[in-house]
Write a protein that binds this ligand. Sequence first.
Ligand SMILES: [Zn+2]
Length: 244
Amino acid sequence: MGPVLNDLIKLQSVENRLRIVKSKLSRCRRNVILRENQVRSLQSALETKNEEIQLTRIQSDRLELELRGRDESIVKLRASLNITKTNKEYAAVLTQLNTTKADNSKIESQILDLMKDIETDEAECSDIQSQIDESKKILEETRKETETLSVKLQAEIEEIQVEWDEVASTIPGASLEIFKRVAETYDGEVLAIVSTPDEKGGAYSCGGCFMGVTAENVNLLMTKDDIIRCQNCTRILVLKESQE
Ligand SMILES: [Zn+2]
């Protein structure tokens, strides 16, 4: 290997640091988005609960109204019970009166059930509201932390970028282009160290994809400064210092 490959090794190490800081930056920004989504989904849960409460209220109001009407008819039935002329008529009115009373108590217990539902839902609402308050507090803290951290990370990125540009300026254009392309494909992992066969024999292989590397290519790497790419994964092959 010669100066080009050695500079590529240097560039790889700067690239690694650059990617680490960049991913830190996007992770901390993502945190804010996650927190925002959390608040939003809690708010929509609260809205849904409030809508449910409203529907239950409408239902119970309707039943109350019906009950009032039925109470009136009970009063009327009682009055007509007193003016019945025959036993048969009396019995008929009495039956109607009892049926109406039974229906009314059924409606009353339905109303009570609905009231209980409302109470439960209201308790849930206040629970969700306190979760919203808590999440908003955390969101604000996360925002502040992220702002401070972003500034710091941004500065770090700029610093490393300067270093990257410096190293890159020493590398021939065509080689640099290959580096950039492979970096895009493998999330910055451009170089692959050729691994030496173990004592039992075996072949040289690419440290990136573990496929075989020909002895001829290893020989080229030892004697020349050419860019040799893995035939399988296309990463740029380099030797460990001990292999040179
Ligand atoms: Zn490979």
